[in-house]
Write a protein of this length. Structure first.
Lengths: 61, 898
C-alpha cells in the first residue's frame, strides 16, 4: 500500500516533468489554457463594460 | 519554466470560436446564490444553537426536534448541501460558458436541478432530520430518501455541466474545468457508496468504506470546486494568467490520486487493518506536499497584486481561502501522524480543524467566487462595502473559533491521557465552548452582511448583445501558446481524461481503501470471532436506530482504540469481530462524553433511565441533552423508546464479556501494562472501570483509600467532590433525595442514617453496588475517593453500642435465625444461602450500622427495588426494635470478608 502510493505519486510527478522537459509542444500547450480562459473572461465582461459605458456612472463596474 | 510561466506580456492567440458569446444562465446564478445565502444563515444558526447547548444544555427546551444531535446533523448538512452546494452550482452556471465557450446543456434542466437540490434535498433533509429520520453517517446524515435525490441531482449536474466540456480539447481546458469535471464525477459515485455501503457492510468493514466518503466529502467535493473557484477568480480578478498551468495540472492529478487514499486516517489505531491505516498516513503526508505545490502556484499567481488583493474584496476572500487551505491541509497531514493522532484525535482540536476547512477554505473561497460572479451578473445588485465588512467579521470570528477550539482540544487531550475522571475534561472545556459561542456571532453576522451585499447597492447593467471587445494584446501574433501548438489526439477530449480522474481514481480508492481492507477483515474475523455469538435482540436493534438518529455517536465513540490511554480508561481495544452486527457502524470520530464500547454491566438500567431523563441528575456537570420525550413525565416511567435505547446501551461490549473465559482479564488478554501509577499494585491487572460483583459488601482487592475525617481540608474537598459527582442521586445533603432519586429503585442510600466502615465505603466506590444505580467510581483519583469517604464519615453520628439482656438476646437470635439469616447470614455478614442470587446483595451488618430510625423503616416497610420485604404484618414493633438492636451489635466486630 505504502509502496504503491509512493511509486504512483512519483510516477505521476516524474511523468509530468519528463513530458515537460522533453517535448516542447507539451510545454507550450499545457500553458495555453491559462491565456485562453483569461481571453474568454474578457470577452464576457466586455458585454457588461459596453453597457456600462453607454449608461454612465453610478453602476457597478 | 519561467519562459513559459512568467511571460505575462506574451499574447495568446485567440483560437476559440470568436462568434457570439454563449448564453450564461444568470437567473440560475442568482437563484442558487440567494439559496446559498439563505441556507448558510440558517445553517449557521443551527451551529450557534448546537454550540450554545454545550454550555446551556437545556437551551431551547427539551423538545425532540431541537435536540443537540438533530440540530448538529442539520448544521453540517446545511453547510455542505445548502451553502456550499448552491454556491458551487451558481459558480458552475457562470463559469461553464467561459471555460467551454458553450452554454450549459439545458435551462429547464437547470431549474429541475435547482428544485431538486433545494426542495428535495436541503429543505426535506432538515425537516426529516428534525422529525427523527437522520442517519449517523458523517456528511451523510440526511435520510436515505434524500440521498437518492442527491445522487439524482449529481447525475443531472453531470449532464448539465460536464457535457459542454465534451467539445473542449484537453489542451484547451483550463484547470478549473478539470476540477469541475473530476469533482462532479467522483462525488456522483462516492456519495452513494458512502451512504449505502455502511448500511450493507457491517462494523469495521463498513467503516473502511465510510472513511472513504468522510474524507472525500471534503477532499473530492469541496476541495476541487474550491480550487476551481480560486484558479478562475484569481485569473479574472487580476486579469492576469495564473503562474503556471503546468504546476496546476500536476497538482490536479496528484490531488485526485492521493486525496481518495486518505480516508482511513479518520480511523487510526482502530480495528481496520494496519496496512490500510499506514497507507492513509503516507497518503496524508503526500497530500500535504501536493497542497504546498498547489498553494505555491496560486500565491505566485497573486504576486505583485497585493494592492488588488487589498482592494478587491472578492480576491481577498479567495486569498484568505488559499492561505487557510495551506494551513488546514498541513494541519491535516500532521494530524494523521500516529504520535499526534494518538493525542488529539476525538478532541475539539479536530473540530477546529474542520471549521478551518469548511469556513476558512471552503466558505471563504465560495464567498469570493460568489462575490466575483455577482458583481459580473447583469442586473444584480452588489454592495462592496457590506462585502468588505462581511470579510472582516468572518475572518475575525473564524480566527477566534479555530484558536479557541484548538486550545480546547489540547486541554481535553491532556486530561484524557491522565487518570483524571472524564467529566474533568468536560468541565475544563466549558470556558472554551463559551468562547466558541461568541466567536459564532461575528461569523453569522458576516454571512448576513454578505447576503445584504448581494441584495443592496448599485445594480449591475443588464446584459447586452454588444460585440465583444478585443483585449489589448490580441493583435500580438508571437504568442507562446499559439494555436499552432496542438495537443496530440490522445488528449483531444478533456472529458475523457477528466473522467479518468473522477471515475478511475474513485475505483482505485474504492478498491484500496474499501475492498482490500474488507477482505482482510473478513479473514481476521473468521480467525478471531468466538464460536457462539449473541446478536442484538429486536429491542436492542430498535435502540440502536434511536442511538443513531439522536446523534449519540457524535459525542460518544464506540471504539476503544489501541492506545494506552483508551485501554486504561475504557478497557480492551475494539476488535473487528465485535462489530459484525453493526449496520451501519457507530464508531464515531469525536468524544464529548466517554466511549461506550464497554458499557455493558457498568451501570444499572435505573441509572441509565435517570441519566437519559435528566443527565444532570446523575452527573451534575454533564452537558448531555435530556430526552424527556422518551418518558412519561418521570424517569421511572420510560416509554418503549427509552427501554429500547437502554437495552442497546446494555448490549455494548456484552459479546466481549461473554467471550472472555472465567478469570480471564481483558487487560491480560491484550498483554499490556496500562497503568502509569507505580503504586497501583495488583489493581493494575485489569482495566480501571471493569466492575466486580461484590457479595457481603467487601472487596479485598479494592484499595483502602486514606480517609482522614478529622482533617477539615480533606473533608471539605471530599464534600466538593461529592457535590460534583454524587449529589445528583444522594442529594446535596447526602440524604438520598437527589433529583435522580425519584427514578431509582432501590433509592440511593441516605448517608446520614447509617454508619459505614471505611473498608465498605472503599468497596462501594471501587466496585459500585451490583443491582443498584451505584456505579464504580474508579475513574476518580484515589485521593478524591479517600476524601469522599472522609466527608461521608463526617456526616455520621457516633456508632451505637447496642446491648441486650441474655433473655432478649436468646429470643431475638431465634427470631433473626428464622426470618433474616437466609439472606443476611447467621452472623449478619450478608452471606446467607440466598444471598448470591439477590441483587443488590443483602446488607453485611459488620460493615454497615443503620440508625434505629432507618432500620425500623426498612424492617417495617421493606426496601422497594430490593429483596428486602416488609415485615410489618409478621413482626410487632417491639420485635422489630429488638431485631434492630441485635443487628446493630454486629458492627465492626469483624471486618474481614467471610
Amino acid at each position: 500500500m505504502i509502496n504503491f502510493i509512493v511509486v504512483a505519486s512519483t510516477a505521476i510527478s516524474v511523468g509530468f516533468v519528463v513530458f515537460w522537459s522533453l517535448w516542447p509542444w507539451f510545454r507550450k500547450s499545457i500553458e495555453k489554457p491559462k491565456y485562453t480562459v483569461l481571453e474568454n473572461d474578457r470577452r464576457f465582461r466586455g458585454q457588461t463594460a459596453n453597457v456600462n459605458a453607454a449608461q454612465g456612472s453610478g453602476q457597478n463596474p | 519554466l519561467a519562459e513559459y510561466t512568467i511571460n505575462l506580456d506574451a499574447a495568446p492567440q485567440q483560437d476559440f470560436d470568436a462568434g457570439p458569446l454563449p448564453r450564461t444562465e444568470y437567473d440560475l446564478v442568482r437563484w442558487h446564490g440567494l439559496a446559498a445565502m439563505i441556507t448558510v444563515v440558517v445553517s449557521a444558526m443551527f451551529g450557534i444553537a448546537v454550540a450554545t447547548k454545550f454550555n446551556f444544555p437545556n437551551f431551547l427546551g427539551g423538545h425532540a426536534w431541537d435536540t443537540w444531535g438533530r440540530l448538529r446533523y442539520n448544521h453540517t448538512e446545511g453547510i455542505f448541501f445548502g451553502w456550499l452546494g448552491n454556491a458551487f452550482i451558481a459558480f458552475f452556471y457562470y463559469v461553464t460558458p467561459r471555460l467551454t465557450n458553450h452554454t450549459v446543456t439545458s435551462r429547464k434542466l437547470g431549474w429541475a436541478i435547482f428544485l431538486i437540490w433545494n426542495f428535495a434535498v436541503v429543505l426535506p433533509g432538515w425537516v426529516l432530520v428534525c422529525m427523527g429520520f437522520g442517519q449517523p453517517l458523517e456528511w451523510a446524515e440526511f435520510p436515505m430518501i434524500v440521498a437518492f435525490f442527491v445522487v439524482l441531482a449529481f447525475a443531472l449536474m453531470i449532464i448539465q455541466f460536464v457535457m459542454p466540456f465534451f467539445r473542449v480539447p484537453a489542451g484547451d481546458l483550463f484547470v478549473s474545468g478539470w476540477y469541475i469535471i473530476g469533482g462532479l464525477v467522483f462525488t456522483a459515485f462516492a456519495y452513494p457508496i458512502g451512504n449505502l455501503v455502511p448500511q450493507l457492510v457491517p462494523g469495521a468493514q463498513g467503516a473502511a468504506f465510510s472513511g472513504l466518503w468522510i474524507h472525500d466529502a471534503v477532499g473530492l467535493f469541496v476541495t476541487p470546486f474550491g480550487l476551481a473557484m480560486s484558479y478562475y477568480v484569481i485569473t479574472a480578478a487580476t486579469e492576469r494568467p495564473i503562474y503556471s498551468h503546468f504546476l496546476s495540472m500536476l497538482g490536479f492529478w496528484l490531488l485526485f490520486f492521493i486525496y481518495p487514499l486518505n480516508g482511513t486516517h479518520h480511523y487510526i489505531y482502530s480495528a481496520i487493518p494496519m496496512s490500510a491505516q499506514r497507507g492513509a498516513i503516507v497518503a496524508s503526508v503526500y497530500l500535504g506536499l501536493d497542497v504546498i505545490l498547489v498553494v505555491t502556484n496560486l500565491l505566485l499567481s497573486l504576486r505583485n497584486s497585493s494592492s488588488k488583493v487589498g482592494g478587491d474584496v472578492a480576491l481577498r476572500f479567495i486569498w484568505f481561502g488559499v492561505v487557510a487551505y495551506l494551513i488546514v491541509s498541513l494541519q491535516g497531514s500532521i494530524q494523521a501522524l500516529m504520535p499526534v493522532n494518538r493525542f488529539i484525535h476525538f478532541s475539539d482540536w479536530v473540530i477546529g480543524h474542520s471549521h478551518l476547512a469548511m469556513i476558512g477554505f471552503a466558505s471563504f473561497t465560495a464567498a469570493g467566487a460568489l462575490a466575483h460572479v455577482w458583481r459580473n451578473t447583469p442586473g444584480a445588485r452588489y454592495n462592496e462595502r457590506a462585502m468588505n465588512w462581511s470579510f472582516w467579521l468572518l475572518a475575525v470570528g473564524l480566527t477566534i473559533m479555530v484558536v479557541d477550539l484548538t486550545a480546547a482540544g489540547l486541554v481535553q487531550s491532556q486530561i484524557w491521557v491522565s487518570r483524571a475522571p472524564w467529566i474533568d475534561s468536560v468541565r475544563a472545556a466549558a470556558p472554551y465552548w463559551l468562547t466558541r459561542i461568541f466567536s459564532g456571532f461575528p461569523i453569522i453576522g458576516g454571512f448576513i452582511l454578505f447576503w445584504i451585499g448581494l441584495v443592496t447597492g448599485p445594480r449591475n447593467p443588464v446584459e447586452s448583445n454588444a460585440t465583444q471587445i478585443q483585449p489589448a494584446y490580441a493583435e500580438d501574433s508571437d504568442s507562446v501558446s499559439g494555436g499552432s501548438h496542438r495537443a496530440p489526439s490522445i488528449l483531444s477530449y478533456a472529458f475523457v481524461v477528466a473522467f479518468v480522474a473522477g471515475f478511475g481514481f474513485f475505483v482505485l480508492s474504492f478498491v484500496v481503501l474499501g475492498i482490500i481492507p474488507a477482505v482482510q477483515l473478513e479473514a481476521e474475523i473468521k480467525k478471531t470471532a468466538p464460536p457462539f455469538r449473541q446478536p442484538l435482540t429486536a429491542s436492542e436493534q430498535r435502540g440502536r436506530v434511536i442511538y443513531g438518529r439522536e446523534g449519540c455517536a457524535y459525542c460518544h465513540t464506540e471504539q476503544v482504540r489501541s492506545v494506552a490511554s483508551d485501554i486504561q480508561r475504557f478497557g480492551a481495544p475494539t476488535e473487528a469481530w465485535e462489530t459484525t452486527y453493526d449496520y451501519p457502524h457507530l464508531w464515531g470520530t469525536r468524544r464529548i462524553g466517554p466511549d461506550l464500547a464497554r458499557e455493558n454491566g457498568l451501570r444499572s438500567d435505573d441509572w441509565q433511565y435517570a441519566h437519559l431523563f435528566n443527565p444532570r441528575s446523575t452527573v451534575p456537570d454533564s452537558i448531555m441533552p435530556s430526552y424527556p420525550w422518551m418518558f412519561e413525565a418521570s424517569a421511572a416511567k420510560p416509554t418503549r423508546e427509552a427501554v429500547d435505547l437502554v437495552a442497546y446501551l446494555r448490549s455494548l461490549g456484552r459479546e466481549r464479556v461473554l467471550a472472555q473465559g472465567p478469570g480471564q482479564d481483558l487487560q491480560a488478554s491484550i498483554g499490556m501494562q496500562m497503568t502509569s501509577d507505580p503504586e497501583a499494585d495488583d489493581n493494575a491487572s485489569r482495566p480501571e472501570t471493569f466492575p466486580r460483583i461484590t457479595v457481603a459488601g467487601l472487596d479485598d482487592s479494592a484499595p483502602r483509600f486514606p480517609s482522614e475525617s478529622f482533617d477539615p481540608d480533606r473533608t471539605a474537598h471530599g464534600r466538593a467532590v461529592f457535590e460534583h459527582n454524587c449529589s445528583g442521586c444522594h442529594g446535596l445533603n447526602a440524604d438520598g433525595n437527589g433529583i435522580a432519586s425519584t427514578g431509582l429503585l432501590p433509592k440511593p442510600v441516605n448517608l446520614r442514617s447509617e454508619h459505614f466502615s471505611d473498608a465498605h465505603l472503599a468497596t462501594v466506590l471501587w466496585d459500585g453496588v451490583y443491582g443498584t444505580a451505584m456505579p464504580a467510581w474508579r475513574q476518580l483519583d484515589k485521593e478524591d475517593l479517600g476524601d469522599i469517604i472522609a466527608y461521608v464519615r463526617s456526616l455520621q453520628s457516633n456508632v451505637v453500642t447496642a446491648s441486650m439482656s441474655a433473655n432478649e438476646l436468646a429470643g431475638t437470635k431465634a427470631l433473626y435465625y428464622a426470618l433474616c439469616s437466609s439472606c443476611h447470614g447467621a452472623d449478619g455478614r450478608g452471606d446467607g444461602p440466598a444471598a448470591g442470587a439477590l441483587k443488590p446483595s443483602p446488607v453485611n451488618f459488620h460493615v454497615r450500622q443503620p440508625s434505629a430510625e432507618r432500620a425500623f423503616t426498612v424492617i417495617h416497610d421493606g426496601i422497594p427495588g430490593s429483596s428486602m420485604p416488609a415485615w410489618r404484618t409478621v413482626l410487632t414493633d417491639d420485635q422489630i426494635k429488638l431485631l434492630i438492636r441485635y443487628v446493630q451489635q454486629f458492627y465492626e466486630k469483624e471486618i474481614t470478608p467471610p
